[in-house]
Write a protein that binds this ligand. Sequence first.
Ligand SMILES: *Cc1c(COP(=O)(O)O)cnc(C)c1O
Length: 416
Amino acid sequence: MGYPEPMTTRDAAAALDADDPLAPFRDLFDLRGGVYLAGNSLGPPPRAVRAAVERLVGETWPGELVGGWTQDGWIDLPAVLGDRIGRLVGASEGQTVVADSTSVNLFKVLAAALALRPERTEVVTEAGNFPTDVYIAGGLARQTGRHRLTVVDDGGDVASAIGPDTAVVALSHVGFRDGRLLDLPGVTAAAHAAGALAVWDLSHSAGVVPVALDGAGVDFAVGCTYKYLNGGPGAPAFLYVARRHQGDAAQPLSGWMGHARPFALELGYDPAPGIGRMLTGTPPVVALAVLEAGLDVALRGDIEAVRRKSLALSELLIALVEERCAGLGVSLVSPRQPERRGSQVCFRHAHAYPVVRALIERGVVGDFREPDVLRFGLAPLLLRYVDVWDAAEALHDVLATGAWDRPELKVRRRVT
Ligand SMILES: *Cc1c(COP(=O)(O)O)cnc(C)c1O
């Protein structure tokens, strides 16, 4: 794979945009200026979302009222949108549903996975995993009272930590703090070789990194839809259960929507035969209408082309920052090898928080991650090469002028 050479002019970046087959996607989003490098935290709205919401609240909901559940297919949305996400993560139909939050879904799939390995007592994860994932695994272990959580050092060798007691290996495909891409097929195979199950969180890879859940033999997966899938703030998440486990997967939040016959309103719980048993309560139809508009955009992009552009953008950002900001205290945190990165680039700086705030003042929106990380998400469907150029220039300006060194920029906001 070839990447653009480090370049010396903004025009050279503009020339890459002129050649970019994904460039037309940018127009599908409601972007209001600036350079948005936080699409990995909250994706921007697709333009089509307005009409989708208006149709629901202005026509279908008032027009059909309770009949909308069947006439407009609201009740089927978790499965229908789940299958569409499945196409983005290499899952054939009937294995993916949309519901709840990533945290809640992780709880459900981890519990189901542990129950499939009743003789085993350990969950293995890694310190680079997203904190909610570690909290959920720890909380579940406390609740069962018979599991322990083993947290491998950040960047440590997970495969060698898997032993005969390991029931489940639970990891994030891309590290939120450093953008590191884990070896999903390799770790999954190592887990299976030791008799354990593999649970993956695809929050930072769905839609930007090719994933082959079926191909890699993954057992369970979860992921977020408000990042690269542009599903809207707090959009419902997804979960995947490999077909071979569906008949035996028992999840603890056994609500009526996971029942084989929810509207029979029987007193006894009889789980739905397939992936439907992973559902709990009533689908959030308004949120799902918003998410659907996001998925429409994501599904129009060829994932291989998206990955190529993602890596080209990240190579360019690294090259420009290292060239323009040399001697200004920034160092690369993300892996230098493109194949080992997700779709974000992170740098360390001693004053990362006010640097991020000063960049935001200049219209370059990235985010800060504890303790000292500047994080730049590269959403290939909305970013241009000139945006990367402008971001590197702004970073140079903020660092070279000391524009970050103002007391008001150092006061932490509640969401960073
Ligand atoms: C964003 C993200 C989440 C979010 O979980 P919520 O339950 O939606 O708050 C979970 N895991 C990972 C790895 C994430 O990146």
